[in-house]
Design a protein around this ligand. Structure first.
Ligand SMILES: Nc1ncnc2c1ncn2[C@@H]1O[C@H](COP(=O)(O)O)[C@@H](OP(=O)(O)O)[C@H]1O
Ligand SMILES: [Mg+2]
Length: 369
């Protein structure tokens, strides 16, 4: 029996008596706690770590720490169930002799967050390894699997831009819950194109930090990350039929998504505003909140997408009234294991706009064959 109760802010919404309300409450608690750990690490990044974007250590500590905390909350919420979690990190590097110092650093960080935020007893290094190893599930079409990216947008995290803690719940092949913790995202509308760096610079201010959440059939919502249990707002995509006013979003990193291809698709579709480039699934949140009208992602052909990079964002967009497909128009299938095999790329937008962008993408693809 899941012990989490629906927060007070859900009272007037369809969430309060929704089928997976207690699981969603646990997911929100898990993502909020993991986001606090990430914020703590990001605020402590030294000048040299910020400057050297290839130094993986701070983001590695936060990645492992966030994964262990999410597993800790989910397991505590329902100790009677064996947790199945498909998550990005594994313990191999930590249990190797060379990982001893890193494991000690992660355990110390987790314990300081647990003591301050939960008043919980400290975990041992063994506990931490065990929690991280819970993320090794293969997922699949049957039963319940949690899907976690502990830090999506690792380059944004180190670059002091946008990143997100992303947690979805897959039930018999369908993603039924999604939660995104976005510590650097302003609560007000975002319209600039600096990759979110300006917002990250103000990350301690009260109006920065968002929690997006969705329950299949009960809507998509946003709350301030710091007070998500007391405040909630239903969100929906902005159906912009005038493509001249539509803004599209794509990856900040051009190696993750082909910027020249999306520029050609935008031109073909009649989109004239410049793109909004941001790291991570924050983009799905912005689409769901109506800050921008289109999301496009076209990775190199050899790249294989993973389910944790899209599961939470996808259900949030769909519950906000949007449509998410691959480049041939098929819905994303999260039930095939850890990988998300899809055709060409991802397009997300309100239904009418989606059709126009899909047609434009297919025309541009056709012209390049
Ligand atoms: N060469 C590549 N092509 C496409 N996606 C890539 C990539 N290398 C990494 N990624 C994925 O892109 C994600 C970030 O997406 P975005 O570009 O929207 O910020 C990364 O998530 P992580 O940061 O969790 O590793 C990673 O999974
Ligand atoms: Mg990711």
């Amino acid at each position: 029996m899941c012990r989490n109760h629906a927060p007070a802010a859900w009272a007037e919404t369809k969430l309060s008596d929704a089928k997976y309300a207690s699981e969603l409450a646990a997911a929100c608690e898990a993502v909020t706690l993991a986001s606090k750990l990430c914020q703590r690490v990001q605020q402590q990044l030294t000048t040299s770590e910020k400057a050297d974007k290839d130094d993986a250590s701070p983001v590695t500590v936060a990645d492992y720490g966030a994964q262990a905390l999410v597993a800790w909350v989910l397991q505590r919420a329902d100790p009677s169930l064996k947790l199945s979690m498909v998550a990005e990190e594994d313990s191999a590097d930590l249990i190797a002799p060379s990982g001893a110092a890193m494991l000690a650093r992660i355990t110390q960080l987790i314990n300081s967050v647990l003591a301050e935020e939960q008043g919980a007893a400290p975990l041992s290094e063994q506990d931490v390894v065990g929690l991280i190893e819970l993320g090794g599930s293969q997922g699949g079409p049957q039963g319940r699997h949690w899907v976690l990216d502990p830090i999506d947008g690792t380059r944004g995290f180190v670059g002091m831009r946008q990143y997100a803690v992303c947690l979805g719940m897959l039930q018999d092949g369908d993603v039924v819950l999604g939660v995104l913790g976005c510590p650097n995202l302003p609560q007000g509308a975002v319209g600039d194109d600096d990759g979110g760096a300006a917002a990250a610079g103000k990350s301690s201010s009260a109006d920065v930090g968002c929690l997006f959440l969705a329950h299949r059939g009960a809507g998509a919502y946003v709350a301030p990350l710091s007070s998500s249990s007391s405040s909630l707002r239903r969100i929906s995509v902005r159906d912009e039929s005038d493509m001249g006013n539509a803004r599209f979003m794509e990856s900040y990193e051009s190696r993750h998504s082909d910027h020249s291809f999306t520029a050609a698709v935008a031109k073909q579709a009649g989109v004239s505003l410049p793109p909004l480039r941001m790291d991570s699934q924050v983009k799905y949140g912005l689409l769901s909140r109506g800050d921008a009208g289109i999301f496009m992602r076209f990775p190199p052909p050899s790249y294989r997408e993973k389910i944790w990079d899209h599961a939470a964002g996808c259900v949030i967009v769909e519950e906000a009234g949007g449509k998410v497909t691959d480049a041939s128009g098929a819905r994303l299938d999260f039930a095939r294991g850890r990988w998300l095999d899809l055709d060409g790329g991802i397009i997300a937008a309100p239904p009418a706009v989606h059709g126009a962008v899909l047609a434009a993408a297919q025309a541009v693809r056709g012209s390049k064959l």
